[in-house]
Design a protein. Structure first.
Length: 294
């Protein structure tokens, strides 16, 4: 019965960068969490309700609030540097139109890393964040490590950046994130592109991977061959769909997981927790924590 509705919802792959990770009872949502029935809470683009998304300030804020898991988005510059940004366009979250007025449409792929490093990525959010920069993936990974945090990394728009999966893995390796400890419990790589998830799995089958979206329940066995998680918009799921995901085993022999996004209010946090989701991705991790702790 649910397969038909899930297939309909497959068209609703809402393009919000969302997230994922392996749920463990000892990392349920924040430092000191103990309840086994509480979903993992992931700070979406960092604590992005309180600091400019995908900046170092946003992951620092997540740490300040007590959250271990954060999520980000990776794009590639003209000269091959990987940077942390949700949009493939610099206009929404930087002052690129003022700094480079003649460079429309201001696509990430049309700018070098040095040019992007000049942009203010904080003032659009609040004047107190003036001067915040778009971090490179290397800078970001080093900060996550320093903060003792864990990461759901989204390969963004892979169709625009051929080979970005290989490039991403190279940076992760150089920053120490592909050793046994990190791969086993601190890292998930996800994408809306099944081909991108397959590419990561083919190159590093030990890494946990996630497919973003709401594929039909009948198609889950196909995705379970290369994805450990199916991470769906909270607007497209039900208890039946969550159960269908959990009924499958992923490439590492464990039941598939689902992390749902982007939940920012108590009512929906409680609702999806009732469905049995493994994780909740949110701009307001403190709000979700308070809701599911009740």
């Amino acid at each position: 019965m649910y397969v038909r509705s899930a297939a309909t919802m497959a068209a609703v792959l809402i393009g919000a960068g969302a997230l994922v990770l392996p749920a463990t009872t000892t990392q349920a949502h924040s430092v000191g969490a103990a309840k086994t029935d509480i979903p993992t809470i992931v700070a979406h683009r960092g604590a992005s309700a309180y600091a400019p998304e995908n900046t170092l300030a946003a992951i620092d804020k997540a740490r300040e609030l007590g959250f271990v898991w954060v999520e980000n988005d990776v794009q590639r510059t003209k000269d091959g540097e990987l940077v942390i940004l949700h949009d493939d366009n610099l206009a929404r979250t930087t002052d690129v139109e003022q700094v480079f007025p003649d460079r429309a449409p201001w696509k990430v792929a049309d700018f070098t890393a040095a040019e992007i490093s000049k942009l203010d990525a904080g003032s659009w959010f609040d004047a107190k964040f003036k001067g915040a920069r778009i971090p490179t993936l290397t800078q970001y990974m080093n900060r996550v490590e320093r903060n003792h945090q864990k990461l759901v990394l989204e390969v963004k728009n892979p169709q625009l950046y051929p080979g970005i999966e290989r490039d991403t893995l190279r940076v992760l390796r150089k920053t120490g994130w592909l050793d046994r400890g990190h791969v086993r419990s601190k890292l998930v790589v996800q994408s809306f592109s099944a081909d991108s998830v397959k590419a990561v799995h083919a190159q590093r089958p030990d890494i946990k991977t996630a497919l973003l979206g709401t594929p039909a329940a009948a198609d889950l066995p196909t995705y379970a061959k290369f994805a450990d998680q199916i991470n769906s918009s909270y607007k497209t799921i039900s208890a039946e769909y969550v159960a269908a995901i959990h009924a499958q085993r992923g490439p590492h022999g464990k039941p598939l997981e689902i992390y749902t996004w982007t939940v920012d209010d108590a009512a929906n946090a409680q609702r999806v927790t009732g469905y049995g989701v493994n994780g909740i991705i949110t701009n307001k991790p403190d709000v979700v924590r308070d809701a599911v702790d009740d």
